[in-house]
Design a protein around this ligand. Structure first.
Ligand code: IMP
Length: 426
């Protein structure tokens, strides 16, 4: 195993606090690379009084010494990327010379967003609650081998010809299946060429770049987006995203061989949240759920939607620890639990009268699951006095220890607030 590299993976349904963890860890890495997802992600980093929300650009961009890479597995909306760059530059964060976009990455086109919205509308009550960023349709076209890649976008002639053939098909789908307005082929081609020109200087062969970094012993941190329970293979299908948000996706989404990925750091929120629809066994539709939402500021960083909140689920996270091969944990938002006593942790599900400790494949089985809880004493004062793990109050220390025991990995980082300083290293 490559000892200097690492991957940061979300172990729940996203929003575990990966942005802060990546920002903290990135000071020790030369390169931070995103491997999957797109602008559906919303990574929040707080530095002093400033809050940054990053959707496409890796959180490592906030460190001067780090080069950031958007890998081949990402679906990139070039307009969103250019906006994000302009916003960062407007706040004196240098991006020039620090960001590289894979020439193999798929492009999120305007019609992907139209298709995403049309599909959600057609699904009615059965909708997935997507972020409407065009993610599903962009990945669907990638797998159908109909997508536009970055290397195509920056070649105006090829791009126009490809779109000329493809857009009539998209319009058939929009008009005949979804009964929506068609897109204008010339407008889309002009949009593509314009954005291709604007982004060309950032596009390159990131697979060679990353593997050259391995050869020359520069360290790489892979930044996971979403969470393992949203992974298209392992998550709560079909209530999931369209990429591999777990460790396997870090290899296919970057071109780094699996043995080069290094230590797997699983990010775990001290309770559970989810946005969008889909089963959530430990969801709390009561005063405690509302309290977690308010104290934890649980509102989507991308869509602003209120997140659903609930108790910690050790069945789901033992499963995600297994599929990711988690070596170490970063436990986040422990402070949000202050004042809730007792605390509950789900250790098994009861499904159709049977107790199970494994995560079911079928979303309907998970929807029917009754959580089996253990209780832990809560705490009423401060979670920790200073930045040492010794200063955790005994109940908070016991709670973290129980999570580690249930999930099967030690805590390397414990986060008790959004700022860099509000962190205890394990
Ligand atoms: P999509 O990725 O926009 O297609 O959305 C599919 C599902 O994944 C929806 O339930 C979204 O709310 C959820 N989702 C996508 N990205 C994120 C994320 O970064 N954090 C949390 N949930 C996400």
């Amino acid at each position: 195993m490559n000892k200097q590299n690492a991957c940061v993976i979300g172990m729940q349904w996203g929003d575990e606090g990966k942005g802060k963890v990546i920002d903290l860890l990135s000071k020790d890495f030369d390169i931070v690379v995103r491997a999957q997802g797109g602008s559906n992600a919303g990574h929040t980093v707080v530095i002093g009084d400033e809050e940054f929300i990053l959707h496409l650009i890796p959180s490592g961009i906030l460190r001067d010494s780090v080069t950031c890479v958007i890998g081949n597995g990402v679906v990139v909306d070039p307009e969103q990327l250019l906006t994000e760059i302009a916003e960062l530059q407007g706040r004196n964060v240098e991006v020039a010379g620090k960001l590289l976009v894979s020439d193999r990455a798929q492009v999120v086109m305007p019609y992907h967003k139209a298709l995403d919205a049309a599909r959600e509308k057609a699904l009615g009550d059965g909708k997935l609650g997507t972020t409407l960023r065009g993610i599903g349709p962009a990945y669907a076209e990638k797998v159908a081998r109909e997508g536009v890649r970055m290397c195509d976008l920056i070649d105006p002639q090829k791009c126009r010809t490809a779109l000329q053939h493809h857009i009539p098909l998209v319009n058939k789908l929009l008009q005949n299946v979804y009964e929506e307005e068609p897109v204008d082929p010339t407008e889309v081609a002009d949009w593509a060429v314009r954005n291709g020109e604007a982004i060309r200087h950032l596009v390159g062969d990131t697979v060679e770049f990353l593997n050259d970094a391995v050869r020359t012993s520069r360290s790489i941190l892979c930044e996971g987006a979403q969470g393992s329970l949203l992974d298209v293979d392992f998550g709560t299908y079909p209530f999931c995203t369209s990429s591999n948000a777990s460790a396997g996706g870090m290899s296919t989404g970057t071109g780094l061989a699996p043995k080069e990925l290094g230590t797997v750091i699983g990010v775990l929120k001290a309770y559970t949240t989810r946005v969008g629809t889909g089963p959530f066994p430990t969801e709390l539709n009561d005063e405690i759920g509302g309290r977690l939402r308010e104290r934890g500021r649980e509102f989507g960083a991308t869509t602003g939607r209120p997140r659903r909140c609930g108790w910690f689920d050790a069945v789901a996270t033992r499963y995600t620890s297994m599929i990711n091969g988690v070596d170490e944990l970063a436990v986040t938002k422990l402070d949000v639990l202050e004042g809730i006593d007792p605390l509950k942790i789900c250790v098994a599900y009861e499904i159709d009268g049977r107790q199970v400790e494994t995560f079911p494949a079928r979303a309907s089985a998970l929807a029917a699951a009754q959580p089996v809880y253990i209780e832990m004493p809560g705490w009423h004062g401060e979670t920790a006095k200073d930045n040492s793990t010794d200063s955790l109050c005994p109940e908070a220390a016991a709670y973290v220890e129980k999570l580690c025991e249930l999930v099967g990995a030690p805590a390397r980082i414990i986060s008790i607030g959004s700022e860099r300083g509000q962190t205890l290293a394990g």
